[in-house]
Design a protein around this ligand. Sequence first.
Ligand SMILES: Nc1ncnc2c1ncn2[C@@H]1O[C@H](COP(=O)(O)OP(=O)(O)O)[C@@H](O)[C@H]1O
Ligand SMILES: Cc1ncc(COP(=O)(O)O)c(N)n1
Ligand SMILES: [Mg+2]
Length: 568
Amino acid sequence: MASATFLSTLSLANKNYLLLTPTHAYAKGYTNNFRVSNLPSIVVRKEGSVRSQGFVAMQEKGGSTLSDDSRRKTPHVLTVAGSDSGAGAGIQADLKACAARRVYCSTVITALTAQNTVGVQGVSNVPEDFVAQQLKSVLSDMQVDVVKTGMLPSVGIVKTLCKTLREFPVHALVVDPVMVSTSGDVLAGPSILSTFLEELLPMADIITPNLKEASALLNGMQLETVDDMRSAARLLHNMGPKNVLVKGGDLPDSSDAVDILYNGHNFYELRSPRIRTRNSHGTGCSLASSIAAEVAKGYPMLSAVKVAKRFVETALDYSKEIDIGNGPQGPFDHLLRLKSHSQASHRQQPFDPSDLFLYAVTDSRMNKRWGRSIIDAVKAAIDGGATIIQLGEKDAETKDFMESAKACLRICHLHGVPLLINDRVDVAIACDADGVHVGQSDMPARVARTLLGPEKIIGVSCKTPEQAEQAWVDGADYIGCGGVYPTNTKENNITVGLNGLKTVCMASKLPVVAIGGIGVSNARAVMEICASNLKGVAVVSALFDRECVQTETRKLHEVLLGSNIGST
Ligand SMILES: Nc1ncnc2c1ncn2[C@@H]1O[C@H](COP(=O)(O)OP(=O)(O)O)[C@@H](O)[C@H]1O
Ligand SMILES: Cc1ncc(COP(=O)(O)O)c(N)n1
Ligand SMILES: [Mg+2]
C-alpha cells in the first residue's frame, strides 16, 4: 500500500539492518523478502531528534536475526465489522476464528445487530466519526498487520475506512463484502455498491464474496455453476483487488463446497466435502478472518486461503451436533471445545487431594503376567477401594492404549474415581482423561498444563525439594515422591527413604503421594512420618503383581484407614 521509507541503517554484530517504522516495514512486499524483528530499545536519530520506540529492524532472509523467536512480533488482525448478538457471525466470529488460529484480533465495530438463529431483528449503525475514532485508536498504536472488513453498513463508513487506511497503511487488506445475511436480511444496502467498487476493492489484497455478493457486485450476473464462478472471479479481479475468492457455499446441487480463487494469472478450484449441518452461520466471516490470520502470520495468499478453508471445514464437521437456537441456521464452535463439555457423560470435579489416599498405578507387564486385561485390573482395584487410578501402560500400542483408556474412564467415572494417564499427554487429551502424571524426563508440567487446560489434574514425580518447588511453579496439582523403598517396577531408581520423603513433604507446597515399594507391610510406617500434606500412597506391584487385585487393595485400604494419613 505504501513504499517503505528507510530511516537509517544499523550495524550490529557485523550485520546490516534497515530501520523503518512498523507501518512502513509491513508495507506490501517487505515482509516477504526480509525477516522482521521488533527492536523497541534501539535509539535512532532522525532530523535531530532522538526516537527510541517502535522501530523495526529488517534483515535479509537467510542471515541470522538480531532477536530470537520469542521477540518476533505478535501477528495482529484488526476486524472492522458488525456485532452479531447471537455471536455466530460478525465481530464475534472474527474474534473466535482469530483466537482459534492463534492470532491477536482487535475490533472496530461498525454496527450493532439484534440477531439470532432465526434472522436479523434490528440494526443500529455506529456513527461514522466514532468508527473513525476506533480505527485511529487501534491503527495508531497497535501494529496491525492485516485489516479484515465485514459489515460496512453505510457509504460514510466505507469512505472513512478507506481514508484511514491511506493514513495508516497495513500489510494487507482482506475484504469480505458482506451485504445480505444468509437469512436474507440486508446488512449493507445497494447504495454502498459504487463506493465499494471505486474505493475499497482496488485497495484489497483479497475480496471474498459469496455467490449473492459476487452477483450484486457484478450488476446482478447469474451465478449457478463453477464456470460462472470463474467468470465472476475474472470480472471482479478487473475491478482492482489482487485476489478474488468467490465462495460457493450456496452453490446449488453441489455435493462439494467449492470456492474459486483467482489472482490475475491462475485459477485455483478449492474443493472440500460439503458438511451436512445446520450450524453454518458465520462461515463467511470466519473464513475471511482466518485468511487474514494466516496472512498476518506471513503466509502467502494461496496457502492462507487453503488453511482457512480447511479450518472452516473442520469446525463445521466438529460442530454438527451443537444445538443452540430454534432457527434454521445455528452457530458453530471455532475452538473445537464445546462438544467434549456438553456431551461428556462425566463432568470434571475440581482436584481433591484426598483422592490420593489409595492411588493405584497399573502396569502392562504385570497384567500380562497374570493374564488379566487392564479393564479387569482397574475394576478390581476400584472394587477394593482405590481412590484414584493411573494407567501406566508403557509398552502398549497407542491405538490399543486409547481404547483401553476410554473403557477404563467409563468405569472410573461410574464410581467417581479420577483416571490419570502416565506420561502420554496426547492420549489423555484424546480420550478426555482427568489428567496426567509426568516424570522428570517426560513432558514438562508447564507444557502439559498449556495443552491440557486449567481444569485437568497434573502430577509430577519428584525426589528433591527443588523439583517439588518447580512442580508448584509449573502448575502441577500434586507430586509423587519416591521411591520410598527399593522396587522392581523401576530399574536403577534411586530411593529417597522415609527421610527423603519427609524432607520433600516439608518443602512441598503441593499435596504429596508416596510411591515406591509400598505395600500392606510398610504403608503404616510411611504414613507415620506425619506430614500434613502427605495424602496417600501410590502402589503398583503390591496390588497388580498379585493373584487377587481386589483382595490386596482391600487389605491396603484397611491399613490406610487405620493410620492417620492426611488427617492432620
Ligand atoms: N456445508 C459446508 N460444508 C463445508 N464447507 C462449507 C459449507 N458451507 C460453506 N462452506 C465453506 O465455508 C466458506 C464460506 O462460504 P459461504 O457459506 O458461501 O459464505 P457466506 O457465509 O459468506 O455466505 C467457503 O469456504 C465455503 O466453501
Ligand atoms: C454482523 C454480521 N456480519 C456478517 C454477517 C454474515 O454472516 P452469514 O453470511 O453467515 O449470515 C451477519 N449475519 N452478521
Ligand atoms: Mg453463509
